[in-house]
Design a protein around this ligand. Structure first.
Ligand SMILES: *[C@@H]1O[C@H](CO)[C@@H](O)[C@H](O)[C@H]1NC(C)=O
Ligand SMILES: *[C@@H]1O[C@H](CO)[C@@H](O)[C@H](O)[C@H]1NC(C)=O
Ligand SMILES: *[C@@H]1O[C@H](CO)[C@@H](O)[C@H](O)[C@H]1NC(C)=O
Ligand SMILES: *[C@@H]1O[C@H](CO)[C@@H](O)[C@H](O)[C@H]1NC(C)=O
Ligand SMILES: *[C@@H]1O[C@H](CO)[C@@H](O)[C@H](O)[C@H]1NC(C)=O
Ligand SMILES: *[C@@H]1O[C@H](CO)[C@@H](O)[C@H](O)[C@H]1NC(C)=O
Length: 335
């Protein structure tokens, strides 16, 4: 007993609890980023303090066993939880993976945007955000030396992350073009989309010119008509027959891309989602379904943030075992 106690006293690393989630990026990763041309991106987000980012080797000698995971959060959220704030980041998920033996060298999150919910309607898929996260994902691949990473995404982060891994040309709402570079789909083992809005959001019906987040070009505009139905996005079933509405160009392009985002693709959502709303149906179609998903799972009673916070063991099973408990093959939708 005494010997054990002395052992712990002289080996502080052993009694620091391994499941404490403290950002920002480790010194080792930050040094590597600075030495490899990434210093201009500020992936550690020094402006946001320790909750602005997470990940990297705690010591230079750490070996990386598991494929690293890249986390992509949604609109106004961030890398880690801000105590007392709605923005819970990826803290719950990271805590769970650490408790299962993952290390900080296998778990990577940064923050895109300023986390301020008052700016939510101004955020849309943009060259700036997509480039930033593409560079971050590539940096994680290079720094860890693994040939594959996993991606876990939530909310607006789902469509952001899908484009990040698909790569190629992107047009923003002002027709500014950026080239996101070569596709990463063959370098992603598992891609998880939690509560995304792949077919847009009914909240954006009729608002294509109102807010960047709802715009027709690269926002969440779901279309204003479907067949003879006019402005009926949230209604299920639709009053008149309806196949495919004309919706956001960016989302249409993503959904008709013929190649899976990863070797294993999963979509999950909740019927009680309070942000996507309307049981996650858009003109009668499941908007949280990534079209080429292998398995899907629909929770009955989770809020939008809870689809990320309260599903960590399912996230772990999908990543580690390629298994989604109670998951089913998807019911295909017209895209
Ligand atoms: C990176 O962060 C530093 C410190 O907050 C700031 O001075 C610099 O302008 C930032 N760079 C960019 C590209 O945002
Ligand atoms: C949550 O944090 C963000 C970013 O710091 C801040 O803009 C917002 O006001 C905070 N909200 C609450 C309710 O504290
Ligand atoms: C597009 O143009 C509008 C109007 O000039 C501007 O407010 C907005 O910031 C631009 N969006 C981007 C992504 O540059
Ligand atoms: C759809 O409905 C809106 C009002 O709800 C109306 O202004 C518009 O003209 C209608 N469009 C069509 C094609 O019927
Ligand atoms: C769903 O959750 C809400 C809030 O936690 C609770 O009031 C309600 O009873 C739950 N409904 C079901 C069907 O479990
Ligand atoms: C939505 O997806 C679920 C799960 O795959 C499926 O059971 C349901 O039929 C779908 N709903 C519609 C309207 O397609």
């Amino acid at each position: 007993m005494l010997i054990l106690l002395i052992y712990f006293l002289y080996n502080p690393i052993l009694y620091v609890t391994t499941d404490e989630v403290i950002g920002p990026l480790t010194k080792d990763f930050q040094n590597w980023l600075n030495e490899n041309g990434y210093e201009g991106y500020n992936f550690s987000r020094p402006d946001l303090g320790p909750t602005g980012s997470y990940g990297g080797r705690a010591q230079h000698s750490v070996t990386i066993k598991n494929d690293p995971i890249v986390f992509i959060h949604g609109n106004s959220d961030g890398a880690l939880a801000i105590p007392g704030n709605f923005s819970s980041g990826w803290t719950d998920t990271i805590e769970y993976f650490l408790s299962k033996g993952y290390t900080s060298a296998e778990l990577y999150a940064t923050t895109w945007g300023d986390r301020n919910p008052l700016n939510a309607l101004g955020r849309t898929h943009s060259c700036e955000t997509l480039t930033y996260l593409k560079q971050f994902t590539e940096a994680v691949l290079k720094y860890t030396g693994h040939s594959k990473v996993d991606v876990i995404s939530h909310s607006m982060g789902v469509t952001v992350a899908r484009k990040v891994v698909i790569g190629g040309m992107f047009f923003d709402e002002n027709d500014t073009i950026c080239n996101l570079g070569p596709t990463l789909t063959h370098k992603i083992d598992t891609f998880i989309g939690l509560a995304g809005a792949n077919l847009g959001m009914c909240e954006c019906q009729g608002l294509s010119n109102a807010d960047p987040t709802c715009n027709k070009r690269n926002g969440f505009w779901p279309g204003d008509n479907c067949g003879e139905n006019n402005m009926t996005c949230p209604i299920h079933p639709q009053p008149k027959p309806c196949n495919e509405p004309y919706y956001s160009d960016f989302l249409t392009q993503l959904n008709t891309h013929p190649i899976k985002e990863a070797s294993y693709v999963y979509s999950t959502w909740s019927l009680a989602d309070d942000i996507v709303g309307f049981q996650c149906l858009v003109y009668g179609r499941n908007t949280s379904l990534i079209p080429l998903s292998d398995r899907v799972k629909v929770y009955r009673n989770l809020t939008h943030m809870e689809t990320k916070e309260c599903t960590v063991s399912d996230q772990y099973d999908m990543i580690v075992n390629h298994y989604l408990p109670s998951g089913l093959p998807p019911v295909k939708v017209h895209v």
